[in-house]
Design a binder for this molecule. Structure first.
Ligand code: AMX
Length: 435
């Protein structure tokens, strides 16, 4: 994808100049202040990162390169016979900030196709693990095993200078992202389908290929779901655990494989990416408890009981969002169009009718609205993807599109090693005493 690289080079150059200007003229401009509370509360609400690929607007949700989700679904070139975008076009947008035309989107898809072959040793690493290993462990290990292929690491050892870094990070990123659907499908097939390896289909786009490699491409609606899903989960600004971990790791000039693996490890936490697994488990538990769909009254009692026991309601709340996650809405639209009668989906809707009101009544939950995890698993479940612990792998391969784009930008903008200062609690007390 020469075009993408060319446009990226152009935009990086322009952006470097803008940053130079800002540093020169506004170097002392105060962006945020940090209170003791914020430090003890996960640095929440402290602006300390600049990320150009996307921004989580508290009231509009994620804006990828300034496009809201509905806008994004409208402007990106669509996959063949599909209502949803090509992942290649999304990657072009994430990388360059420009909406690609169809040819540019297909160029990324074609580049991916050339690079999909996974070295044998990566499969052997997955094979060596016990069958009960969590698929996120396997994904992280597989990505790390691919580190043998890093072009950046080799060139760096040979001796290259800063302006050359991003180009090799880009090559590595294209090589890695090309292989992610293959890795995900291999993990799925090995863990749940007794090892069948299905090589990618040369005619299919990135998203459809994943469906093909787990032998589900005969259902066009499932393929559509995959295309939508991979767009929706691709990026969520720079401060979420995945992106933040990845950014710090890559600031040490660890290559994209180390970087992506670090991001995946963060995504594997239950408060973050694993929430979709937890959420689906919870929905199934509710169905089981009531022997079917509960009424709104029954559901409300059940939710209040859970909260009284100190449990959280998975899929609701968000560290930044203060509205219904537009990714939730996009997935709900798909379900509403194709399978409104699905029992689990109907439960999702019922929970949506009840939980925001209940959470609001607690008076402490900053965002009572559903996030993407409140629905994504239910849709996968509808299509027979019933291995809940696999769900975050799909989230992960999508999110690596954003993470790798962010990383290429960080290296392209010559961002330095990231290293916040820490002090001891005793020193903090001394600072307060002296103030
Ligand atoms: N159910 C019950 N209580 C909740 C809640 C929920 N869904 N969401 C928030 N609260 C509670 C918190 O536990 C906290 O209580 P405390 O003061 O007694 O400890 C209080 O409300 C204030 O929390 P907050 O400032 O509103 O949220 P946060 O930024 O600290 O945490 C999140 C955000 C997502 C971890 C939290 O809402 C949560 O645990 N939700 C359920 C899990 C989930 O859906 N995670 C997915 C997030 C999206 C993603 O990363 N994929």
């Amino acid at each position: 994808s020469h075009r993408m690289k060319e446009r990226l080079a152009y935009h990086l150059n322009e952006q470097r100049q803008r940053i130079e200007y800002l540093k020169k003229h506004y170097g002392q401009f105060k962006v945020s202040e940090v209170t003791l509370d914020q430090i003890f509360n996960g640095i929440r609400g402290v602006t300390l990162l600049i990320t150009d690929t996307s921004y989580v607007d508290p009231h509009q949700g994620i804006r990828i390169r300034d496009f809201t989700i509905p806008e994004l679904l409208r402007v990106l070139p669509k996959a063949p016979d599909s209502a949803f975008p090509l992942a290649g076009g999304l990657y072009y947008l994430l990388m360059t900030g420009e909406v690609p035309d169809e040819a540019e989107a297909w160029e990324v898809e074609a580049t991916w196709k050339e690079r999909m072959t996974v070295p044998e040793h990566v499969f052997r690493v997955i094979d060596a693990m016990p069958r009960e290993t969590h698929p996120m462990t396997l994904l992280s290990q597989a990505i790390l095993a691919l580190q043998t292929e890093s072009i950046f690491a080799k060139r760096y050892e040979e001796g290259i200078s800063k302006p050359a870094f991003w180009g090799y990070y880009l090559e590595d990123s294209l090589n890695l992202t090309a292989k992610l659907p293959v890795l995900a499908a291999y993990i799925y097939n090995r863990k749940y389908r007794h090892g069948a390896y299905i090589p990618p289909h040369p005619d299919l786009d990135w998203s459809a290929n994943f469906a093909y490699m787990i032998e589900r491409s005969d259902d066009p609606i499932f393929v559509e779901l995959m295309r939508l899903y991979f767009v929706l989960h691709s990026d969520h600004e720079g401060g979420n655990v995945t992106a933040y971990s990845a950014n710090v790791v890559s600031s040490s000039l660890a290559d994209i494989y180390f970087t992506a693996s670090a991001g995946i490890n963060g995504l594997a936490g239950p408060l973050h990416g694993l929430a979709n697994q937890e959420c689906t488990r919870w929905l199934l538990k509710v169905l089981h408890h009531f022997g079917g769909l509960p009424s709104e009254e029954q559901l409300e009692d059940y939710v209040r009981e859970q909260l009284d026991k100190g449990m959280t309601i998975p899929g609701y709340g968000h560290a930044v969002l203060r509205t219904v996650d537009p990714r939730f809405t996009a997935l709900a639209n798909l379900a509403e169009t194709y399978f409104p009668q699905d029992q689990l989906y109907r439960l999702v809707k019922r929970v949506y009718a009840v939980v925001p009101r209940v959470l609001s009544s607690l008076g402490k939950v900053k965002n009572p609205w559903p996030n993407v995890d409140a629905i994504s698993g239910a849709l996968l479940y509808h299509f027979g993807l019933r291995q809940l612990d696999f769900y975050t792998v799909l989230f992960g391969i999508s999110r690596m599109l954003g993470v790798t784009a962010q990383t290429v930008w960080s290296r392209g903008l010559y961002k330095p090693l990231e290293r916040p200062k820490s002090i001891t609690s005793q020193m903090l007390e001394a600072m307060i005493a002296q103030a």
